[in-house]
Design a protein around this ligand. Structure first.
Ligand SMILES: *[C@@H]1O[C@H](CO)[C@@H](O)[C@H](O)[C@H]1NC(C)=O
Ligand SMILES: *[C@@H]1O[C@H](CO)[C@@H](O)[C@H](O)[C@H]1NC(C)=O
Length: 287
């Protein structure tokens, strides 16, 4: 019996590792993960006994410090938790599926978060506990856990990396020499091609279908009304598409003109590091 159980747990760990290996075959820099994959990684990172993973894989989360910190790790891993800003709603919502007949799930979740003051940043409280209680609110009030992998938003550093790699790949003026100040001023098309590479590589856009609104909403994070975000972004894109023949110019204008609330721009302000080259690239795209 005991050895059976150990064998079973070993098999569970093996199966999960296989799932993770299979799930890494995504294009460009796009990452998709589900709760089970993130849990398996976090159990390893935090040195939690593997037997515990079997419990988490039944989606049971005992209220203890170890589990609370595992949930926080899972949230960071999946892009729905940040110690300073708290729970990232657009990202966490993808991991829960509300009952179609349940019109109150949003309201109940909001009340659950609000009653524990988890709806605004309180960085001094224990981060593991806050992440755990936030997760519990969604799990108990919002819907069932979604088991298919979901888009994990890129961190500001990853976005910055994607942009710099694109600049390198496209031999963007000034990047190869590191001498931004003396480099020829890039043309609008150069800038557009850089923007296009950035959007393609981060998985937020394709030439064929335009913006991926599901992913953009999660990536931008700071649009309160998803319906309005989808409408305005898609109308803006369609308008530009009817005006632009060139794929680079279209992508460049899309990035510059379709985020009036500062969605993606806010996300990539990290590019304005002290590093002058980065700043220049940032400047080119935003202005
Ligand atoms: C977890 O335990 C803490 C401390 O005992 C308690 O305050 C909190 O309400 C518990 N959370 C849940 C979801 O049961
Ligand atoms: C979101 O925007 C849509 C379309 O602009 C509007 O109809 C709806 O009332 C808005 N929802 C909220 C909660 O403000």
């Amino acid at each position: 019996m005991a050895s059976n159980r150990v064998g079973y747990i070993g098999l569970v760990c093996l199966l999960i590792t296989t799932v993770i290996a299979a799930s890494q075959r995504y294009h460009d820099c796009v990452q998709k993960k589900n709760v089970a994959q993130a849990q398996e990684e976090c159990v390893r990172y935090l040195g939690i006994p593997c037997a515990r993973l079997a419990v988490y894989n039944d989606y049971i989360y005992p209220n203890d410090t170890e589990t609370q910190c595992m949930v926080r790790c899972m949230g960071i891993n999946l892009g729905w938790w940040n110690d300073i800003q708290g729970v990232q709603e657009p990202a966490i919502r993808h991991y829960f599926h509300p009952d179609p007949d349940d019109a109150q799930h949003d309201r109940r979740t909001y009340h659950c978060l609000k009653s524990q003051r988890l709806d605004n940043p309180t960085p001094h409280a224990d981060a593991c506990e806050r992440a755990y209680e936030s997760f519990r609110c969604y799990y108990e009030q919002y819907g069932n856990i979604v088991i298919t992998p979901q888009f994990v938003p890129l961190t500001p550093l990853q976005l910055s990396d994607v942009l710099l790699q694109c600049a390198d790949i496209l031999q963007f003026p000034g990047v190869e020499s590191g001498a931004c100040d003396t480099a020829a001023k890039p043309s609008e098309r150069d800038i557009g091609c850089l923007a296009r590479c950035f959007l393609l590589r981060s998985g937020l856009y394709t030439d064929q279908h335009g913006p991926n609104l599901d992913r953009l909403y999660v990536q931008c994070n700071n649009y309160a009304n998803e319906t309005r975000f989808r409408e305005t972004t898609s109308v803006c894109y369609q308008q530009l598409k009817s005006e632009c023949q060139d794929e680079c110019v279209l992508a460049g204008r899309f990035l510059r003109e379709c985020f009036d609330e500062g969605g993606l721009a806010v996300q990539i302000t990290v590019l304005s590091y002290e590093n002058r080259c980065r700043y220049r690239i940032y400047h080119c795209i935003i202005e």
